[in-house]
Ligand binder design. Sequence first.
Ligand code: PEP
Ligand code: MN
Length: 267
Amino acid sequence: MKVKLQKSGPYHFEIKGKIIGSDYFRIIAGPCTIENYPDLLAIARKLKAMDIHFLRGGAFKLRTSPYSFQGLGKSALEILARVGEETGMITVSEITCIEDLDVMYRLVNVIQVGTRNMNNFPLLRKLGEIDHPVILKRGMANTVEEWLLAAEHILAAGNRRVILCERGIRTFETATRYTLDLSAIPVVKAQSQLPVFVDPSHSAGIRELIKPLSWAAAAAGADGLIIETHICPDEAVCDAGQTITPEALQQIIVPLPDLLKLWHKTL
Ligand code: PEP
Ligand code: MN
């Protein structure tokens, strides 16, 4: 089986004046889950001051355990939209089921499909019928070919604004939460023109690993990063152990331009 719709390029697209793909490397940052308005505004203001334009925050969380916090739902999206308007940032949040498509479409700028939904083809086809950019995370147990074919479901339904995101796969290794498959970046780029982002937070699960994995992703040719960031990571309701401060993120960003020169990219 071959991909058909993602081979011709060069490929990039624009959202609210910011280009994704091509010569640009973009950073998406923010908490795993939206907890309240003041905290989200505080983190957004810090990120914006660091020249980061994309604010992430979960509203509907797909948690492995039914006893873990499931997200604030629609009220979290309203908080995200308000903070997006107040800061001018471009908002990113995960859709977990087709029923939420209308509310996601209204309140979020970039819609993420998480690892657990990469194989939800009816959802992907619906996302192909809208014009919001879609971040398609790789299924934790899916091959690159399956991932690219999942992207084809969105493209074939008419939405060309797809970003792929490598977020780690299941292997025998237990030292990290998942194993970050950095080889997927050049492998995808040989077959597809779609932008490829990397999420070191969910793949590592360990805050100290975010810096080296982010640098490695940039050196391997990624088009951007998604990094869980919180004003007070230890108090984050969700994924605290892998969440970093804006200050730690800044330390990751400072040397990035040198790495990005390898690929003629800029921040
Ligand atoms: C997330 O980004 O909030 C998330 C749940 O990621 P993943 O689907 O990769 O686990
Ligand atoms: Mn998370």
